[in-house]
Design a protein around this ligand. Structure first.
Ligand SMILES: *Cc1c(COP(=O)(O)O)cnc(C)c1O
Length: 383
């Protein structure tokens, strides 16, 4: 075990890239914008040939992300959707995937409107229920993709139990870890094969960067993902790799604050007469609460809640002053969205209604502003 592996996650986050630029000793690892690299001689390479295939700044970021998730290899992409698209290109026409029904709308859209045409079949199931997953498996099933907690209803899936099922059925197990990050949940250690992130969210954390990540537990699968990344080319530019490295240094601190604030906001919301339901895994009576306690080290900064009527939901969004009515999540700034008309608009209406993603459901990404200020804004918006 190298010294790095014995260090805590918080330490490794703060230290990403430190000392890696041996020539200068730079604490902040430099941005290498070079598109290409001079070869020392025919048949020789410095280790870098062309920036799509390898870039020093991206390499520091990818190595950092691989160790944080406990994987063999990480690849970073120009968005979360680019990461997912590259991963789906691993499959072939005729393959079948099982995917969480409580899912990011863009993932549904690319599967439904792009990969369906290429012959990839998908079943959307309630992945909080193991029996539902098990009965969706067919001879053509190749993989299971889950989001846990789900989006926007925050249902919790049992990662270790699904990993066990995947081992028995020889399926690839993919976990979208965007909502919790490796600070709170490490799916590869619980038996998943691939972790996906929209790094636009908590990893980036400041609403100023669009990026995606894949991490593979196994070196061979890591090689395959690297092949796909290089072959299809949706890499993250070096400037953004540097910005993401800088963002990761404070990830542990930020997640701690997001968790601490979200539970307070969830408890406050629950006491409001105009709020009919609050979905947050940190609440003791959330159906996934006990499971979350076991498989995560915190409940995250995302919560959803229902208000009395669609009219009230619209009023809240229009009256917000501190919290921004905006898509996305995971940044230091609090954001609120109406999933039915924004992030999940591409999910057919009947399906949305069945899931309970209606127009009185609001999703809140609790930022790092002070809790009394966040609550005061919610209070005046609900009044
Ligand atoms: C935002 C998001 C994505 C897509 O990522 P982009 O960076 O927006 O392309 C995928 N999964 C989840 C859970 C997300 O929240």
């Amino acid at each position: 075990m190298t010294r790095n592996e014995t260090r805590t996650l918080e330490t490794r986050l703060a230290q990403i890239g430190v000392g890696r630029d041996e020539r200068t000793g730079a604490i902040s690892f430099p941005i290498y914008p070079s598109a290409t690299y001079r070869h020392p001689a025919v048949g020789q390479s410095t280790g870098y040939d062309y920036t799509r295939s390898g870039n020093p700044t991206r390499e520091v970021l990818e190595e950092g992300l691989a160790t944080l998730e406990g994987g063999a290899r990480a690849c970073v992409f120009s968005s979360g959707m680019a990461a997912l698209t590259t991963l789906f290109l691993h499959f072939a026409a005729g393959d079948h995937l099982i995917v969480s029904e409580d899912l990011y709308g863009g993932t549904y859209r690319v599967l439904d409107q792009v990969f369906a045409k290429l012959g990839l079949a998908v079943s959307y199931v309630d992945t909080t229920r193991l029996d539902a997953i098990e009965s969706a498996v067919t001879a053509a099933t190749r993989a299971i993709l889950i989001e846990t907690p789900g989006n926007p209803l925050l249902g919790v899936a049992d990662i270790a139990a699904i990993a066990d099922l995947c081992r028995r059925r020889n399926l690839l197990f993919i976990v979208d870890n965007t909502f919790l990050t490796p600070v709170l949940q490490r799916p590869l250690e619980l038996g998943a094969d691939v972790v996906v992130h929209s790094a636009t969210k908590y990893l980036g954390g400041h609403n100023d960067l669009c990026s995606g990540v894949l991490v593979a537990r196994d070196p061979q699968l890591g090689e395959r993902l690297y092949f796909l990344q290089n072959a299809t080319g949706a890499v993250l530019p070096p400037q953004d790799c540097w910005l993401l490295i800088r963002s990761l240094k404070t990830l542990a601190l930020r997640m701690e604050r997001h968790c601490r604030s979200a539970i307070e906001v969830a408890r406050w919301l629950r006491r409001q007469p105009k709020v009919t339901v609050v979905y947050y895994p940190g609440l003791e009576d959330h159906p996934g609460h006990e499971l979350s306690r076991r498989q995560t080290s915190g409940f995250g900064g995302m919560l959803s809640f229902r208000v009395e009527s669609p009219e009230l939901a619209r009023q809240v969004l229009e009256k917000l002053q501190l919290i921004s009515f905006a898509e996305s999540l995971g940044g230091v700034e609090s954001l609120m969205t109406l999933p039915a008309v924004q992030t999940h608009a591409d999910i057919p209406e009947a399906e949305r209604r069945r899931l309970g993603v209606c127009e009185s459901l609001l999703r809140l990404s609790v930022g790092i502003e002070s809790v009394p200020d966040i609550i005061a804004d919610l209070e005046q918006a609900l009044a």
